[in-house]
Design a protein around this ligand. Structure first.
Ligand SMILES: Nc1ncnc2c1ncn2[C@@H]1O[C@H](COP(=O)(O)OP(=O)(O)OP(=O)(O)O)[C@@H](O)[C@H]1O
Length: 243
């Protein structure tokens, strides 16, 4: 579905991503974890096309999208939910969703407004409310709904749990589980490994702009139990939490 080879990117004179290799198949939910500053958001921005790749290749569904501008990548099946959610605050929920519905028109229609409301009932209750008046959790749900209306094959999500109450996080993870059951591929960037390990079947661990470690299918319990490994890659705080 998505394959990334030797991807390099950075800011000005700084090279942050130093040759990233990763792959994700259809219907997989794969984690991207790593300590603060490891380069996760830089990778998301590069995959989204918001930051140019300096070297390497991004292929989606067999097509090279490395140089495709960000607003055209949804036409290739990629939808991105950025950490700041990027909703139009002065527009209503319905209007934000309508923009995505229009952008997704060229693709096979799997997600409708009804389906989004079924996945996120709270979104249905707020359709005519301006997005800037919603809670963080509601905004996150609208942002995911908007991404789905682009009719993607793969969703890239940057820390959707940040700042949200545990109950809201659980609701969102439940929805990701339902999407995965329907064949959606998801890359979940998540700093909190308790969340990452419960929501993903395998993960890439980033450190200083590289994939430093891979947590394979079924390997989460072993990784979590290894306090040294957790501390080395994710910081002492999380390591201590899993002693
Ligand atoms: N606009 C920018 N200009 C220069 N350097 C940047 C910029 N954005 C990020 N960086 C640097 O790139 C490195 C990787 O940052 P990035 O935000 O990708 O990490 P991260 O893994 O997402 O961390 P976090 O979990 O804290 O968001 C850091 O050293 C950061 O200081």
């Amino acid at each position: 579905m998505l394959s990334v080879k030797g991807l390099c990117a950075g800011y000005g004179a700084l090279t942050i991503l130093k040759g990233i290799d990763l792959g994700i198949g259809k219907g997989e939910v794969v984690g991207l974890v790593g300590a603060n500053g490891a380069g996760k958001t830089t990778l998301v921005r590069t995959l989204a096309g918001l930051l140019p790749a300096r070297d390497g290749e991004i292929r989606l569904g067999g097509k090279d999208i490395t140089r495709i501008p960000p607003h055209l990548r949804s036409g290739f099946g990629l939808a991105v939910v950025l950490e700041n959610r990027n909703l139009f605050g002065e527009l209503t929920v319905r209007e934000n969703l309508a923009l995505a519905e229009r952008a997704g028109r060229g693709r096979r229609r799997v997600f409708t407004l009804e389906r989004i409301v079924d996945l996120f009932p709270a979104v249905g209750e707020k359709l005519y409310v301006r997005c800037d008046l919603l809670s963080g959790g509601q905004q996150q749900q609208v942002a995911i709904g908007r991404a789905l209306l682009l009719q993607p094959d793969i969703m890239l999500m940057d820390e959707p749990s940040t700042g949200l109450a545990p109950k809201v996080v659980k609701d969102i993870l439940d929805v990701l589980g339902r999407l995965r059951a329907d064949g959606m591929s998801i890359i979940l960037v998540e700093q909190n490994i308790a969340i990452a390990s419960s929501a993903t079947s395998r993960a890439y661990v980033m450190a200083i702009g590289r994939v430093a470690h891979e947590i394979g299918e079924g390997d989460w319990p072993r990784f979590m139990a290894d306090e040294k490994l957790v501390s080395a890659y994710l910081g002492h705080h999380q390591g201590a939490a899993h002693q």
